[in-house]
Design a protein around this ligand. Structure first.
Ligand code: SAM
Length: 295
């Protein structure tokens, strides 16, 4: 990388930087512009466009997932939150992290661009009598200062870096943090069930995974800690129709012939167990959690 392209994180230098890296490694990593590679890979992915409407429609499904998950517990173990912290939870969704995190920190500002997700988060705060979460409706692309997003001891972006310009998004998180930044993202196929895609005759192209993010962080002079969360999923539904509706929405805009294929696949793969319809197979979804200190 030429000197003029070194970005502000590297200039700030506390988290690593040119001086602390071996020249050989620097050269190899700088041969690829990982932000451009990310953009290119995203432009080729075939999963449906995820705008505000998509997430609003998804909110109830996302909240009442048809599987049990250890993700939030495992994330909080990696995070080791401090009681005195103020936390920004960017792309908070319906509060998978903000809700369990609330009892471990001083205050949380939960930000998302989907009113549907934020409504669900606020409903839970009410029922669980949580009073230290404030909500702001804003997007990655907004001007965060004018939206009232200030600075926080810790900044989190969990499973929500669905952005075109990854470097810009990381810089926003980095600039909003005083002490630590945590991000998590997919490994490989992420939560997508490749078998389900193939059953309806579609090719799964899940988009860039964590290795793009990790390499970009390195290129930005950030030597991030890296851990993995393995989340075992085995979806279960009240009946075949509920399963069909769920995957119909998940896969998005299925043609009639794809719907027929999906139904056949589900009839074959769902088995009755304890009054529910359960997929025969378990999938391991892997998430990468990357975090770094600011000084
Ligand atoms: C997969 S959910 C993750 C929610 C939560 N952080 C978690 O780990 O469960 C992704 C979230 O990112 C939000 N999101 C997607 N694109 C966004 C954007 N451009 N600006 C703000 N939020 C966005 C969605 O509304 C959704 O709530």
């Amino acid at each position: 990388m030429e000197e003029h392209s070194v970005n502000p994180v590297q200039k700030a230098g506390p988290t690593g930087g040119k001086k602390s890296r071996e020249p050989g490694i620097l050269k190899a990593a700088d041969g690829i512009d990982w932000n451009e590679a990310w953009k290119m890979q995203r432009s080729q992915k075939a999963v449906i466009k995820r705008d505000v409407n998509f997430w609003d429609n998804k909110a109830r499904d996302f909240f009442k997932k048809p599987w049990d998950s250890n993700y939030s517990d495992d994330f909080l173990k990696i995070m080791e939150p401090k009681r005195c912290w103020t936390v920004l939870d960017m792309g908070c969704g319906s509060g998978a992290l903000a809700i369990p995190l609330a009892k471990y920190v001083r205050r949380i500002t939960a930000v998302d661009f989907s009113p549907g997700m934020l409504e669900l988060l606020e409903e839970q705060c009410k029922t669980k009598e949580i009073d230290n979460i404030a909500v702001i409706k804003a997007s990655w692309e907004d001007n965060w200062t004018s939206k009232g997003i200030g600075s926080y001891d810790a900044v989190v972006a969990s499973r929500c870096l669905v952005v075109d310009d990854l470097r810009k998004a990381i810089m926003k998180l980095h600039n909003a943090a005083r002490e630590r930044v945590y991000i998590s993202t997919i490994v490989g196929d992420g939560p997508h069930d490749r078998g389900m895609y193939e059953a309806v005759g579609r090719r799964l192209t899940p988009g860039p995974d964590y290795i793009y993010t990790y390499n970009l962080l390195y290129q930005m002079g950030i030597c991030a800690h890296l851990s993995f969360i393995k989340d075992y999923r085995q979806e279960s539904f009240q009946d075949l129709d509920a399963a069909h509706q769920y995957y119909d929405r998940f896969l998005g805009e299925l043609t009639n012939s794809e719907k027929v294929k999906l139904r056949c696949y589900l009839e074959d793969q769902l088995v009755a167990r304890n009054g529910k319809w359960v997929l025969k197979y378990k999938r391991a979804t892997r998430w990468a959690v990357m975090w770094w200190e600011k000084e």
